[in-house]
Write a protein that binds this ligand. Sequence first.
Ligand SMILES: Nc1ncnc2c1ncn2[C@@H]1O[C@H](COP(=O)(O)OP(=O)(O)OP(=O)(O)O)[C@@H](O)[C@H]1O
Ligand SMILES: [Mg+2]
Length: 252
Amino acid sequence: MPKIIALAGKGGVGKTTISALLVKYLTERQLTPVLAVDADSNANLNELLGLTVSTTIGQIRKELKGDMPPNMTRDQYMEMKVHQSLVEASGFDLMAMGQPDGPGCYCAANQHLAMTMDHLADNYKYILVDNEAGMEHLSRMNLRSIDYLIVVSDPSARGIMTARRIAELTGPLAIEVKKKCLIVNRVPEPAGPELLAKIQEAVEAADLPLGGLLPASNELVGQELAGRSYLELGGEVEAVRRAFAIFDAFLS
Ligand SMILES: Nc1ncnc2c1ncn2[C@@H]1O[C@H](COP(=O)(O)OP(=O)(O)OP(=O)(O)O)[C@@H](O)[C@H]1O
Ligand SMILES: [Mg+2]
């Protein structure tokens, strides 16, 4: 059974950044094979990993409404298409969910997808899901439980309270969350004692275990601006070191 790691948090807090660092972590630690799922309709995880996506699950779901090739059931077709859509890289595959169903959704397609995901999941040691702020893709993929939920927040008391509410959103989805933590991202470096005390206070009130603080990093920004993969970042980069230490503790 694969271990499922999901990222959540409000817009722009660093979910995709941390997802890319997680792919780097899992592949470097040889905790492979990994399936990285970009569940943001505005797919961009691929960019941080230096990959190009040609087909999204949303596009396949649409095709499923049309005629099937002869001698193929819709499930077989879905399975074949999903396999074709995977971007294969060293130690991991990338899948992009693409656009969710608009009005007039062909909901049976989601059942085909859920079944396909069930089969596909068995091929991996870890499945990593980079979400957009909403978590509907999680239910769509038929994930019944999440082993590790990472909620990301900006370094403010209000941000941390929002993260807490987002962590609670998994309840109504009937998805069991086995372990969760908060990562406070883009913490100014060096962080003054006042800010650290504020963060600590908010974390205690939020009742969400603190995974760690990730510094604001010029190296991460520079890498993204240059269009370079995070997989190429060296282990000496402070943000990488700190992220790996957080993952070591949380995923152990
Ligand atoms: N630790 C960091 N240091 C510096 N910049 C960062 C850091 N984390 C994230 N960023 C920058 O912040 C921006 C938003 O990050 P990211 O795309 O990871 O957020 P997100 O939560 O995935 O956003 P969305 O909700 O749009 O999917 C990016 O330009 C990213 O480079
Ligand atoms: Mg994102």
